[in-house]
Write a protein that binds this ligand. Structure first.
Ligand SMILES: Cc1cc2nc3c(=O)[nH]c(=O)nc-3n(C[C@H](O)[C@H](O)[C@H](O)COP(=O)(O)OP(=O)(O)OC[C@H]3O[C@@H](n4cnc5c(N)ncnc54)[C@H](O)[C@@H]3O)c2cc1C
Length: 465
């Protein structure tokens, strides 16, 4: 059965946070978009604890209703035993707990309302590039349908069969069970010598307790999955939250990066591209972040006048930066626990996260702007490089400012094309003279912001000691 031979601009595989957000943002750009979702979302039965960035992303997309539909609990207090000591409440720390299935369904409904053609439940079974477009064989209720699209976005999460991957961390599994008659009304996070645990109330007097450990360590316990889970919890001295429901969910939680790069006709977003260490609890935020970055990249790649090389370079830079930032957050948590446990479980993970996370933040700024009569000039370590960035919502190469304090080359500062203006500071001059030279092209407030930014980053420095 082939109900639809229409040629879509983009076909998205997977309706999790990444796929739904990518489809929505591409449809809002005027592209014709279809999405198929197999219906596996939330199959793990675990809720998501959402980082604060997700609310900001949803607001940006005008999707505040998604949280209204999906939130299980707001403002849950967080209790930690990270390293030694007793379980203690984290001052000011709260969790936003949401139902993974409802979250993804609400995101898909918003995508549909933005014009995305949905196929649900429908599984992409086979794909083939025919020289001009993708032929996509989708299985729906036992029947095969063929869809066609110029571009494919793989948002199929960890389970996708369509890519190779490189592990970016030590193998880790998550083992979860639900406990009834539970009393806890808080999220807990507990470290042990060979595992860490997360629990949260997921229903009326019901708690989900998840353990994260080495698959090898899990196999050292005897018996079936339940016996091993129970032994892991006992070994860690974690307080049992209630009466166990003996159904155990075991899943892979190892971080990885897709090994096949993006191409002119295929992009991977979310976990299909980069699955993060769950310790940072930022997987959903990173998935939506990657979907947002995919918008201008796919638009550039589909534009006959677009710079495809710039689009792919921009995409690669964004994904590396995203992974580095999220690895950095996990690195801090691993290091904190490693200082106490000093076992390979923690020391190995601390080392690998520190190695792949962002460099330390730039030093604290001195005065926000130099005095008008201070003599300033470009810092000798400032360089001008060509790098891919967004210009008018398309990827393009642009001259950028590079400096050791900047994690990436910068093209625009508050919307101002910075490199040509900063080049004017190659020779020493007073700050007032430099701003006067910029004034032909910038309003005073913009000049002040550029001067302030360049000074704080160390791109401009004092010419005289
Ligand atoms: C144990 C564990 C706990 C976690 N806890 C948190 C947390 O508390 N907070 C947090 O922010 N993140 C958490 N994460 C990470 C988070 O789950 C992921 O980062 C996030 O779901 C990624 O979104 P996604 O859209 O890329 O993939 P997914 O959410 O996995 O969605 C992929 C979708 O693709 C569909 N699909 C797959 N194959 C096909 C196909 N062939 N055809 C059609 N559809 C297909 C699936 O049905 C699924 O709906 C956790 C991860 C693990 C492993």
């Amino acid at each position: 059965m082939e109900p639809d031979r229409a040629l879509f601009d983009v076909f998205v595989v997977g309706g999790g946070p990444a796929g739904a957000a990518a489809a929505l943002t591409l449809a809002r750009r005027g592209l014709s978009v279809a999405l198929c979702e197999a219906g596996d979302v939330g199959r793990l039965g675990m809720p998501w604890s959402l980082s604060p960035g997700v609310s900001a992303q949803l607001s940006f997309l005008g999707l505040n209703d998604v949280l209204r539909d999906a939130v299980l609990r707001e403002d849950l207090s967080v209790w930690r035993r990270w390293g030694g000591g007793a379980l203690r409440e984290t001052p000011g720390g709260t969790t936003l707990l949401c139902d993974a299935v409802r979250f993804s369904q609400a995101m898909c409904a918003s995508a549909e309302a933005s014009g995305v053609r949905m196929a649900r439940p429908a599984r992409l079974h086979r794909r083939r590039w025919n020289g001009r477009a993708w032929d996509l064989e989708v299985l729906t209720s036992g029947a095969a349908e063929t869809w066609r699209a110029r571009f494919l976005v793989d948002a199929a999460g960890r389970g996708t069969a369509f890519r190779r991957r490189t592990l970016t961390g030590t193998p880790t599994i998550a083992v979860a069970a639900t406990w009834r008659d539970a009393r806890s009304e808080a999220t807990t996070i507990v470290s042990a010598s060979k595992a860490w645990f997360w629990s949260a109330p997921t229903g009326s007097r019901q708690t989900t307790l998840v353990g994260f450990t080495d698959p090898q360590h899990f196999r050292t316990f005897s018996g079936g999955s339940w016996d091993r889970y129970a032994a892991l919890v006992r070994e860690a001295g974690v307080e049992l939250p209630g009466t166990p429901d003996r159904e155990i969910v075991v899943c892979n939680a190892t971080p990885y990066l897709s090994a096949s790069p993006a191409s002119r006709r295929l992009l991977r977003v979310g976990d299909a591209d980069a699955a993060l260490d769950p310790l940072s609890s930022t997987g959903v935020q990173a998935a939506i972040q990657s979907a947002l970055a995919a918008g201008p990249v796919v638009a550039t790649l589909l534009d006959p006048h677009g710079d495809a090389n710039a689009a792919l370079a921009f995409w690669e830079a964004r994904r590396r930066a995203r992974v580095r930032a999220h690895q950095g957050w996990s690195a801090e948590l691993y290091a904190e626990a490693a200082a106490f446990h000093r076992t390979p479980f923690w020391t190995t993970r601390t080392a690998e996260h520190q190695a792949s996370s962002s460099p330390p933040a730039p030093p604290a700024p001195s005065p926000p702007v130099p005095h008008p009569f201070d003599i300033v000039r470009l810092d000798p370590r400032t360089a001008f490089v060509s790098a891919a960035c967004l210009v008018d919502d398309r990827a393009a190469y642009r001259e950028c400012v590079a400096h050791p304090t900047l994690t990436e080359p910068v093209a625009f500062v508050d919307g101002v094309d910075a490199a040509p203006l900063l080049r004017l500071a190659a020779t020493a001059q007073t700050a007032a003279d430099l701003v006067a030279r910029w004034s032909a092209r910038l309003a005073p407030a913009e000049s002040y912001r550029l001067l302030s930014w360049a000074w704080r980053q160390g791109v401009l420095s004092a010419a005289l000691p």
